[in-house]
Write a new protein. Structure first.
Length: 161
């Protein structure tokens, strides 16, 4: 059995209010693309994901094991190179289910590149400057991307997806 690819942790760009992580996955780009765009595959490593459609403007949500649900929308799509999602960053009291607060939401983009032995995936999440606590939110998402993307690598490299 081969060990999981070792990747660097996420970083915070405090001046750009962004979180970034680049990882390598020993899997073909087509498999990685499915894992970051198809709800049934996203649900295996990230959180239970629903999307009503697969085109720009399609909406849905991500629900984590603790029950927290965040609305999600596809903002841009360039198959199989990149996909951008928008989601709420702050819990907004009284918010209608599935409604994205454009003023305080963040966007994250997965960019995929075929490399020798697999795929390089970069995630960049931006928009933290407009959230209720930019530094705390960036740190929380930095930790989140570390954990979630490590699960993605483990899933794809185990051959179970």
């Amino acid at each position: 059995m081969t060990s999981m690819t070792s990747n660097q942790s996420s970083t915070i760009d405090e001046t750009g209010f962004a979180v970034r992580r680049t990882i390598r996955i020993a899997a073909p780009i087509e498999k990685v693309w499915s894992a970051v765009t198809q709800p049934e595959h996203i649900s295996q490593w990230f959180g239970k994901t629903t999307l009503k459609g697969s085109d720009v403007g399609s909406t849905g949500s991500i629900t984590w094991p603790d029950g927290r649900t965040v609305p999600l929308r596809i903002e841009a799509l360039d198959e199989p190179r990149s996909v951008t999602y928008r989601w709420n960053n702050d819990d907004v009291m009284g918010e209608a289910p599935g409604q994205i607060d454009v003023e305080r939401s963040t966007e994250f983009t997965f960019t995929l590149d075929a490399v020798s032995g697999g795929t390089q995936l970069t995630v960049v999440e931006t928009g933290f400057a407009d959230t209720s606590d930019p530094n705390a939110n960036m740190e929380g998402h930095r930790e989140g991307w570390d954990g979630e993307l490590d699960k993605l690598v483990a899933l794809l490299e185990s051959g179970s997806q």
